[in-house]
Design a protein around this ligand. Sequence first.
Ligand code: FES
Ligand code: FES
Length: 152
Amino acid sequence: MRISFKINGKKVAVDVAPEARLLDVIRDNLGLTGTKEGCSKGECGACSVIVDGEIVDSCIFPVSQAEGCDIITIEGMSKGGKLHPIQKAFIEEGAVQCGFCTPGMVLAAKALLDKKPHPSDEDIKEALSGNLCRCTGYTKIKNAVKKAAKKR
Ligand code: FES
Ligand code: FES
């Protein structure tokens, strides 16, 4: 089937198997490999992308549901070679170690801050609850989200 959607502001049309996962289409058809695959079961958030303003696990999201959607991946965060303020905050707060969870974390933070520019600690905890990190212990990630919120 042919499916069309917008990704990082650009309209695309791809020929895909109806049962294809959005994750594979993003990585393999579109070459956007910043989106990572961890558990493949919708549990770790490494594959998180934003679809129409909502954070989704692209490993369990059938691409057939993406028709006409507006999708943002980590590649869509920086503009003109400049990092997004959320990405900068992650670096400044030391919230990136191996980096495997980072694209998903950054996008989960964006989805939150776009809806709630001044989130509470509880809001941040809830928004990041679907994203697992094996390295940082989460405190630095939460601090980075708070810092990004303040900068905005
Ligand atoms: S790879 Fe998709 S949630 Fe873990
Ligand atoms: S920085 Fe390594 S998994 Fe989060």
